[in-house]
Structures are given as structure tokens and as C-alpha cells.
Design a protein around this ligand. Structure first.
Ligand code: FES
Length: 147
């Protein structure tokens, strides 16, 4: 699917028309994010109408899943794992240092398990999972990714 940088009612409709199978609220939100890059507020009533759901239902699903965004994503996405295995080997401190890397070009968030528990602390940079991450190594990876 080709991502557009700006949303229009047509881009929301186009995204929804590409959903395979039943049009659930989650599938609709994922399709719009894939098409537009995020889920704009204006898409909520469109999705609600198409999914025969209330706006509150759509908003509830949108805000429940941390992978769904309501604004444009930064160029580089960083997520530090705060699952228990990673916390036991310093993930809280890693996340703390990672927040200093945040900028308009770099989003820093967290996730609870990347499936890389044996190599914690783990992080994900632009979809690539890395293990045994130190603050310095994370800064270096983010620098390579953003630069
Ligand atoms: S707890 Fe961090 S990867 Fe599983």
C-alpha cells in the first residue's frame, strides 16, 4: 500500500476499501494508519460509520493500542522493552537514557516484550530488534538510523 503524507476523506475511504475480510474497528484503524501514516481525528467518525460502531468505540480502540498513532510518526521509531526480563537487566535505565534521544525526528516509546528476553535489555529501532543494548549503543544505532 502506498502511504500518503496527508489525509483526505478519500484516502480514508481508499484505505478502508482495501481491508480484506470483515471491516472491524481495529482493521479499519490499521488500514488508515498504513495509508495515511497515522489516524487523524477526522477519520474517527468515518470509521465509526463504516464499522457500525460508536465514535467512543473507535476512540477506545485507537487509544488502547500503543502502535496506533494519532499524529505523524517521526522518521526514526525507538521502542525500549520494559518487560520483566529486560527490567531485571537494566531496561528502566536504558529507557531513561533513550528519552534523551527523543526529538522531532526520533520517537521514543516502550513495549512490553519484544520476544528477545534472553538478550535483554532489548530495544527496537525502526522495526529492527537489538539485544544487550547499552545507552551508548542505542544512541549509536539511532544516530545511524536517523542520519
Ligand atoms: S522482556 Fe524484553 S524482550 Fe522479552
Amino acid at each position: 500500500m502506498t502511504r500518503t503524507s496527508e489525509w483526505t476523506p478519500e484516502s480514508v475511504d481508499a484505505a478502508l476499501s482495501l481491508v480484506d475480510g470483515p471491516l472491524t474497528v481495529l482493521a479499519a484503524l490499521q488500514a488508515v494508519q498504513e495509508q495515511v501514516g497515522h489516524v487523524p481525528d477526522e477519520a474517527i467518525p468515518v470509521i465509526a460509520a463504516r464499522c457500525n460502531a460508536s465514535r467512543a468505540d473507535v476512540y477506545g480502540v485507537l487509544t488502547f493500542y500503543s502502535d496506533l498513532r494519532t499524529s505523524s510518526a517521526a522518521e526514526t521509531q525507538v521502542r525500549v522493552c520494559l518487560g520483566e526480563a529486560c527490567q531485571s537487566v537494566g531496561a528502566r535505565e536504558l529507557h531513561q537514557s533513550a528519552t534523551r534521544l527523543a526529538s522531532p525526528q526520533v520517537d521514543v516509546g516502550h513495549v512490553y516484550c519484544l520476544g528477545n528476553c534472553a538478550l535483554g535489555p532489548s530495544a527496537e529501532v525502526d522495526g529492527r530488534v537489538v539485544g544487550r543494548v547499552t545507552p551508548g549503543r542505542l544512541a549509536s544505532i539511532v544516530g545511524e538510523s536517523a542520519g
